[in-house]
Design a protein around this ligand. Structure first.
Ligand code: GLN
Length: 190
């Protein structure tokens, strides 16, 4: 199983290592030919406006949009969430994204997150993080903070987190993506 990590800007190597730790084969994605025979894609954190510009320059925006619309498994963290939720970018998740949503005071913070169905909390690392103020069907919130901000969500084959699981040693979100989204999509295809 080959999992790509969009490698135009941002926290790429940490995601590549997570993919390896989950037992899959990582691949850096820099241009449209890298998408061949890919089974899933991770869009990392960074600066969503910069990543968007680079996607256009590398002629990756339209192919990625097409993949997302066709039901290809994609996992976006932080800036990746922004790109997946913006209708004008990848339009993969129905919801309203608030960029840099935690304000200057709380540019970066860490907190324990409760994920429904998981026995232990997940350590959330937030860096100038966005959040979703609402999601609508078929998108579902996976993690909601006490104040109602949605920081992890899923819409079918699209998984997003406001925080950075790749900056921890906890592989559960990456494993969830691989086991619950990528693997079922492979069985469907064959
Ligand atoms: N603030 C960034 C953006 O909106 C995201 C920050 C990050 O990915 N760590 O693009």
């Amino acid at each position: 199983m080959i999992i790509g990590v969009l490698a135009l800007q941002g926290a790429v190597s940490e995601h590549l290592n997570m993919v390896t730790a989950c037992g899959a084969t990582p691949r850096s994605i820099k241009n449209p030919t890298d998408l061949k025979d890919l089974d899933g894609l991770i869009i990392p954190g960074g600066e969503s406006t910069t990543i968007r510009k680079l996607l256009v320059r590398e002629q990756l925006l339209d192919p990625l949009k097409e993949l997302v619309q066709k039901g290809f498994p994609v996992f976006g963290t932080c800036a990746g969430l922004v790109l997946l939720a913006q209708p004008e970018s990848l339009a993969g998740l129905n919801g309203t994204v608030v960029r840099n949503g935690f304000g200057r005071q709380r540019e970066s913070f860490e907190t324990e997150l409760t994920v429904a169905g998981w026995s232990k909390p997940f350590h959330g690392v937030f860096i100038r993080a966005p959040y979703l103020s609402e999601v609508s069907q078929p998108a579902k919130a996976l993690v909601t903070l006490a104040d109602g901000r949605i920081v992890a969500a899923q819409q079918d084959h699209v998984l997003v987190t406001s925080f950075h699981p790749e900056l921890t040693s906890d592989t559960r979100f990456h494993q969830y993506f691989i086991d619950q989204i990528v693997t079922p999509s492979l069985t469907q295809a064959s």
